[in-house]
Design a protein around this ligand. Sequence first.
Ligand code: XMP
Length: 319
Amino acid sequence: DWTMAAFRAEAIARIRAQVGTGKVICGLSGGVDSSVAAVLIHEAIGDQLTCIYVDHGLMRGGETEQVVSTFRDRFNIKLVHRDASDLFLGQLAGTTDPEVKRKTIGRLFIEVFEEEQAKLGGADFLAQGTLYPDVIESVSATGGPSVTIKSHHNVGGLPEHMRMQLVEPLRDLFKDEVRALGRELGMPEAIVGRHPFPGPGLAIRIPGEVTREKVQILQKADAIFLGEIRSAGLYDAIWQAFAVLLPVRTVGVMGDGRTYDQACALRAVTSTDGMTADVYPFEVAFLSRVANRIVNEVRGINRVAYDVTSKPPGTIEWE
Ligand code: XMP
């Protein structure tokens, strides 16, 4: 792509001019934006960049390993992987209010990030994968929940005392342009084409209290759903798809016995920007296949429902 090749060259020149011989730290989330920003900055300044991946233990199954190996092994980027799952799950114990869950995760995220950054001896610049829509939303009075939604890791999310200069090479781009840039940089489709994933991760897909056991159950159901979506060739036609573990137990039958286990909901939507969304119209046969697999393969779930609510009035996430 000619445009992206030109953008890439210009962006690299701009990053070099801004950073000079300074040290840059980048918070990696595993999402498209921070990943593309990191690879682009690495191409510009190499080992002057260190990425910090704060692992809250609330990622999809296997995703942390994929992110870590992609950045370390494939791109040779210096990466600190801090497993903070005990801390996050410990502090989330007993918490059921969605906003408190979000705030707890946001606060811990910053605390852990700061700790890791201090261990590295600080830096001159902080890199962020801020996109054009993030810039607009953060100054728009009508941005609605997205202003707070992204508060903990996007525009203006960091406290005053982390007063580093920002490096934001994607500020002029929309999501589809970031994906095109990622492809231009040779990044794997698994990262570049990945669905958006919320900062608080699976915590907001487990209404009620989050426990490690529930996270593991949800990861299994979610992996089955996403695996079936991929095999059916539907992944790219969907904006986001995921499972939600409900705090509801229902009665079922399995063999000769009665079960009394948790229910799960599946959610899949189409959207162009996440501000509005429509339900993805799967065939019932597809949904039954997924439901059968989940109930048969995931211990702890005995019922599956499909969420057909559009946004508005629903939100994409359940919390
Ligand atoms: P909702 O649920 O508000 O979500 O319709 C809209 C989009 O934002 C994502 N989302 C979040 N992203 N931190 C994030 O980084 C959050 O706290 C958060 N909450 C929702 C959601 O996945 C969807 O893409």
